[in-house]
Design a protein around this ligand. Structure first.
Ligand code: MN3
Length: 380
């Protein structure tokens, strides 16, 4: 049985990953969270990992005190996350940290020769070149946890990669599907935090409402499956039953279907290539009756077109749009800007900076800083 370290264990993907490990008897060697010490303590007492990590350094002392009666070693900050990612006790690191923060732990895990179950899409968006090159060099596998990428990964099994034409990345369309630009101007935070099919954390729920999530997934797919941008077609599929599909040279299209429950892709990433019972519902196609497909509205949902433009231009642009989005979403959740502003801000950064290349982690950090300062300047 594989030994698993879970980064971001108190979030939506993290808690479901813990559940999957428990169900299948996978040993959890380490757990790390951003700031939710109460839940982290609970998880630590239940699963008794060797290490727990807390990203927010101001929470370290309290967590250490709470776990003082245990053998568990408490680590903190980015350093703590990276120490956990590289621990020799792990076979695989499940990274479900939110945002760019996940990049260094991913790189550290790969450098240490660990396989990575990747739920942190920003890792590949901001540092795709670095992550894929290092994974190749170290001979490690990145198992996608994102439902669409897991679907594509599953559709690629048993077929020849070079016989692939393209992938079809499905999108739910989010809560504002069919809205005009005018209508988007008056949506509220509560509206944006309601997703029709998936129950997720706040950042990704807003990203789903702006369609930035699909833009990030477009970039993620490019890196995971070594595709050109024109080999990726986005199709709006409201029911989230077909999680994505691939088309081969003979125009045969293979899709992966299932109920919208992240435990299926999480389990596949941790137990690959095994398929065993999952703690979810089976899919009943007749309950759905109709599946629909539509083209996305690239003009209204500016984040989506900006992300595609960014990866088509290459260099630091994907990192810039990602960091601009992280800052804009943070500002929106803090009631500092309106929903419609997120798309305007993210697309405006494309024309703000000339193209630079990314060849080191430091260059990613520099681009990230540039983007965040730019967005903060706009909001003030
Ligand atoms: Mn997804």
């Amino acid at each position: 049985m594989k030994k698993v370290a879970i980064l971001g264990s108190t979030g939506s993907i993290g808690t479901q990953s813990v559940e999957v490990c428990e169900k299948h008897g996978l040993e959890i060697t380490a757990l790390a969270a951003h700031s939710s010490i109460e839940l982290l303590e609970k998880q630590a007492r239940k699963f008794k990992p060797k290490y727990v990590g807390i990203y927010r350094e101001d929470k370290y002392k309290e967590l250490k005190e709470r776990l003082a009666d245990t053998e568990i070693k408490v680590l903190c900050g980015m350093e703590g996350l990276c120490e956990i990612a590289a621990m020799k006790d792990n076979d695989i690191v499940l990274n479900s940290v939110v945002g760019m923060v996940g990049l260094l732990p991913t790189l550290t895990a790969i450098e240490a020769g660990k396989d990575v179950a990747l739920a942190n899409k920003e890792t590949l968006v901001a540092g795709g070149t670095l992550v894929t090159a290092l994974a190749k060099k170290k001979g490690v596998t990145i198992y996608p946890v994102d439902s669409e990428h897991s679907a594509i990964f599953q559709c690629l099994q048993g077929n020849k990669r070079e016989q692939l034409n393209k992938i079809i990345l499905t999108a739910s369309g989010g809560p504002f599907y069919g809205y005009s630009y005018e209508q988007l101007k008056s949506v509220t935070k509560a509206d944006a935090l309601k997703h029709p099919n998936w129950d997720m954390g706040n950042k990704i729920t807003i990203d789903s409402a702006t369609l930035m999530n699909k833009g990030l997934e477009f970039i993620e797919a490019k890196w995971l499956f070594d595709l050109d941008p024109d080999q990726i077609e986005i199709v709006v599929h409201r029911q989230s039953v077909i999680h994505s599909a691939v088309e081969y040279k003979d125009f045969a299209v293979i899709a992966q279907l299932g109920v919208p429950d992240m435990k299926i892709p999480i389990q596949y990433s941790l137990l690959y290539p095994e398929r065993v019972e999952c703690p979810t519902k089976p899919l009943s196609l007749t309950d759905y009756g109709t599946l629909t497909f539509d083209k996305p509205d690239y003009e209204t949902f500016k984040c989506l077109s900006a992300a595609i433009e960014a990866i088509s231009r290459g260099g630091a642009y994907p990192c810039l749009v990602n960091s601009a989005n992280e800052e804009a979403v943070r500002a929106f959740l803090n009631n500092e800007i309106q929903f419609i502003k997120i798309g305007e801000i993210v697309s405006s950064i494309l024309d703000k900076f000339p193209k630079t290349e990314i060849s080191s982690y430091e260059e990613v950090v520099a681009a990230d800083k540039l983007a965040r300062e730019y967005v903060r300047g706009l909001i003030k």
